[in-house]
Design a protein around this ligand. Structure first.
Ligand SMILES: Cc1ncc(COP(=O)(O)O)c(C=O)c1O
Length: 377
């Protein structure tokens, strides 16, 4: 008998659960018709500020624009260096490049997979010694949901006068100590891409910040650089607004978000218990709610192929570090320059992971993984 297929992220199970709330929220938007910056956007911003503890939240069109707008607000551009981890998704790196700035790839810590504060310090010192670029900003990524080491990164940024931006695309809902993602750095950016912990039904994102002046700038830039009214242009901006319908979907999803976060923690704990000692478990910390459950395995590609034959979907986040990507070749210091990022990209494997993953299915995944590892050995 063929086994039922296993989704990697089960958005349909979530929709079945919250369908009445999502449908009613969308219907309300269809009825009032304010599709651009309608009341749901401000309602969502207030709800996200309350949930995260951030002073200000600005809803935007994607996680990528949530990174771009804060850099635009600081006039980051040609001649500026923006430091970011070599082990991340391309969105983190493309944003400074699209503004004419230079990305400087820094290695990650081998335990957390997040930006290594000591390596960051060395990279900033090096750029200063070279004297060709102005160090301006750091984008720290909370990879797979684990917040980066903000106390250490903040100290480096303060010493060098750099803006610290948290790329929280994967970590909304996590905490570091008692502080939630969104309030860990002066500026944070999250993504509402459908598969993210809080995802909408299209593209969306949000910027979190502690300064009213910055929030006002971000609101202006997301609306083409508007001043007192939409036809008063006081700076160059973009069309970076969050759609009202997406805000409505997110408001419905927020109602179950805390419960889903706990469910993700429980699913991760079950994987941890089954896999401890057999593979390298994902790094975590108290307060973390993982977005992706990524293990390290030797002979990863063969393990992945064997799992695929058994109907178990997996993903590789990410097959190449940024400095190995063709698009970033001119900013690469070559193989061996970011050894931790390079090693992780060769071994990382993401297993199916979402709040609705039941124990029986998880057992099937674990058993198939054990067989795949035994065969690859
Ligand atoms: C680490 C990271 N940064 C930024 C982004 C960009 O988010 P979006 O796809 O919403 O533009 C993503 C998501 O894809 C991401 O994983």
């Amino acid at each position: 008998m063929t086994q039922p297929s296993i989704p990697f992220v089960d958005l349909q199970a979530q929709y079945r659960r919250i369908k009445p709330a999502v449908d009613a929220r969308i219907q309300t938007v269809l009825d009032h018709g304010r599709f651009i910056l309608g009341p749901e956007v401000a309602e969502l911003e207030a709800a996200l500020a309350k949930a995260s503890g951030a002073a200000h939240v600005v809803g935007v069109s994607s996680g990528t624009d949530a990174l771009r707008i804060p850099l635009m607000a600081e006039n980051v551009g040609a001649g500026d260096a923006v430091f970011l981890p070599g082990f991340t998704y391309t969105a983190t790196a493309e944003v400074p490049v699209t503004l004419g700035a230079t990305p400087v790839f820094v290695d990650v810590d081998r335990h957390s997979y997040n930006l290594d504060a000591a390596a960051l310090d060395r990279a900033v010192e090096q750029v200063k010694r070279d004297g060709k670029l102005r160090p301006r900003a750091v984008i720290a990524v909370d990879l797979f949901g684990l917040p980066a080491d903000y106390p250490a990164l903040s100290a480096v940024c303060q010493r060098h006068g750099l803006l610290l931006i948290e790329d929280a695309a994967q970590s909304f809902g996590s905490r570091q100590g008692n502080t939630f993602v969104g309030a860990l750095a002066p500026v944070a950016a999250t993504s509402f891409f459908p598969a993210k912990p809080l995802g909408c039904y299209g593209d969306g994102g949000a910027i979190f910040c502690d300064s009213a002046e910055r929030a006002a700038l971000y609101r202006s830039i997301r609306f083409h650089g508007m001043g007192a009214n939409p036809y008063d242009m006081v700076r160059i901006g973009i069309n970076g607004r969050l759609d009202t319908i997406q805000a409505a979907v997110l408001l419905a999803k927020l109602e179950v978000f805390d419960e889903e976060t706990e469910k993700r923690r429980a699913v991760a704990a079950r994987y941890d218990a089954a896999l401890r000692g057999r593979v390298t478990l994902p790094p975590t910390a108290p307060g973390t709610a993982l977005a992706y459950y990524c293990i390290l395995v030797e002979d990863r590609d063969r393990v992945q192929a064997a799992l695929q034959r058994e109907g178990i979907p997996t993903a590789i986040y990410y097959p190449k570090p940024m400095h190995f990507q063709e698009a970033y070749a001119q900013w690469s210091a070559g193989p061996g320059s970011l050894p931790v990022s390079e090693r992780l990209c060769g071994q990382i494997l993401a297993l199916p992971f979402h709040p609705y993953l039941d124990e029986a299915t998880q057992g099937r995944i674990v058993a198939a993984l054990m067989r795949a590892i035994a065969k690859a050995a």
